[in-house]
Every structure is written in structure tokens, then in C-alpha cells.
Design a protein around this ligand. Sequence first.
Ligand code: DOR
Ligand code: ZN
Length: 350
Amino acid sequence: MTPTRIEITRPDDWHLHLRDGDALASVVAHTARQFARAIVMPNLKPPVTTVVQAEDYRRRILASLPAGARFQPLMTLYLTENTPVEEIARARASDSVVAVKYYPAGATTNSDSGVRELSRVYHVIEAMERLELPLLLHGEVTDPEIDIFDRERVFIERHLIPLRERFPALRMVLEHITTRDAVDFVSGAPANVAATITAHHLLLNRNALFEGGIRPHNYCAPILKRETHRAALLQAATSGDVHFFLGTDSAPHPREAKETACGCAGLYTAHAALEFYAEAFEQAGRLDRLEAFASFHGPDFYRLPRNEGRIVLERAPWIVPDEYPLAGSTCKPMRAGESLAWSLVETTAS
Ligand code: DOR
Ligand code: ZN
């Protein structure tokens, strides 16, 4: 029988870009209506590198929420080659910072301050391992010699395997995984290693970049991969394996920054995140495993309580708007103008 209703524990988004200022105010409600908590990425301009900056940013997020919203931002620090070890201790002691984000310099949006040479931050990673503060990895090499579709696999070979050997107790999350190689690495690792999976990497393969012409709104980092990889991600997400959990990587950009000669990376999915994941899980015939992926594995990994609220989705088709406001511009969301099968109809906070 085709299900018409899904009721699950309120989920969290373990990887999200909320931006700042007017853009933050434009997008945060989409996330807060679905998710109880979200891990907020620190790739602002300038990046969020200290606990003081993270706490200020957190206050700006809370101030941008619609009245009555029940939503908790979980903050991250941006790892640079100048991050002092003391900042790790401050992060561990803070109530608001839950992890540190590693961007290879140049890998994606606002990553110029990222790490050029991993060995230069070994002393900081050693402190994270000791203090059990998770390291969140953008897992791609930036070597221009490496084919863009191979950059995640090569990162695993060149950097991740050695990092695991050097810091076996380090708690790490390989973010927004896109390949079978990443699935194999993470599923074979112990419980201190995990991965997030986006809705767009579950639903789209790289053909979506070139359907009838170039599709800048489907360009993201890491780039969409071929169908065999999408199938491996869907299998992992719906397998019940606790290593894998929800992280949208929803990343709004103004339309003009994507529809241009050198467009920005990022898909905006926060407007319908759960609806997208439900569609993917339904495709795999595993709606029964959506709750564990969306609402249990993440808090269990981060050692946070599972949420008490609930959300309800119903099979009630709706058309995604062609655009949403984004600061003084607009943002074209995933599936703009198209129909989605599932609708979020109810969220209870506790
Ligand atoms: O597609 C992406 N967009 N990937 C990232 O890693 C960053 C993000 C952004 O901030 O726009
Ligand atoms: Zn991201």
C-alpha cells in the first residue's frame, strides 16, 4: 500500500549554510520550520574562526528567527593554519560550538582562508582528538591536476587514510559525501567516523548539470557524480547504518551569482529538505528508515539528546515557487516550478 503520511521525530540538519545579515534573515525560517537544530557552517566573509565570533554569529541567527520559532543553531569554527590550540580548548568549554570545520584552501565558496597543508594543523587536530571535539571535513583535494570528479576519492587516499592512522581516536565527519569510495571508507570505519549526505546528492546525478544545456543551479561542491555513485549513497542512507545521517548543505546564492560566466557552487534545498529526503527514501522503498537517518544517527554521534518534537509529512503535491527572496535579490531553489509529492504539514517542537 502506498503510504500517504509520515510521522517522525523532529529531525536536525547536521550541515547547513545560513549566511549572514539580510541573506540569513531571508532563509533561516525555512530551516527552523522543519529542523530542531542545525550545524551552521562558518564560511562567512570573514570566516568564523573564534568562539567569540561564533557566539556573536549565533546571536544574530537567533535574532533573525521568526517569532515563536523553536530552533537551536549549533556553531562551528573555521580551521585555519593560524588557529591556536587554545581556541580548541575554548570551543570545547563553550556551550555553543560543537565542531571545527576543515576546508582545503580554494575548494569551495569562501574557502580561501582554509588549510593548504594538513600537516601544519596537526597540533590543533591532536588537541581535537584529545578533547573529543569533532572535525568536519570538506573532503576534496584542490590539486588542479586531479579531475574534478575524482577529487573526493583522491582526498580519501591522500589525506583521510593517513589522518585516520595518525589520529585514530579523532571524531570526524566526512561532509556531503558523493562517491561509493566515501561510502566504503565510512561504513568500514569505527563509530568515531561518520558522514553526512545531502538530499541533492541522493536525488541527482551529474546528468542534471547538462540537461538540454548547462544548469548552473545544479552546480555544487563536491560536484554531482555519476549514477553508480548516487545509487551507492542512496543505499548507504537507507541502510540503517549509524555512520550516515542527514546534512542538507543547503547553500543559498543570489540568482545572478549562479547564472553567470563563473557561477558559485551550492544548491538551495532548505525550503523542502524533508520532502526531498522522503522522496529519495521512498524511491529506495525504505521510508521506514527515514527517521533513523534524519533524527537519530546525528544526535547519537554528536552525543546530544534526540529531539522530542515530531513532524508530519503528507502525500499532497505542491509546486515549488520559482524563486524565494534572498537579501536584495532572489534565490532559485531546487526543483523551482516543479511538483513535489510530499508536504510538511505539521511540526511540534516538543
Ligand atoms: O556547494 C557548496 N556550497 N559546497 C560547499 O562546500 C560550500 C557551499 C557554499 O557555501 O556555497
Ligand atoms: Zn557545505
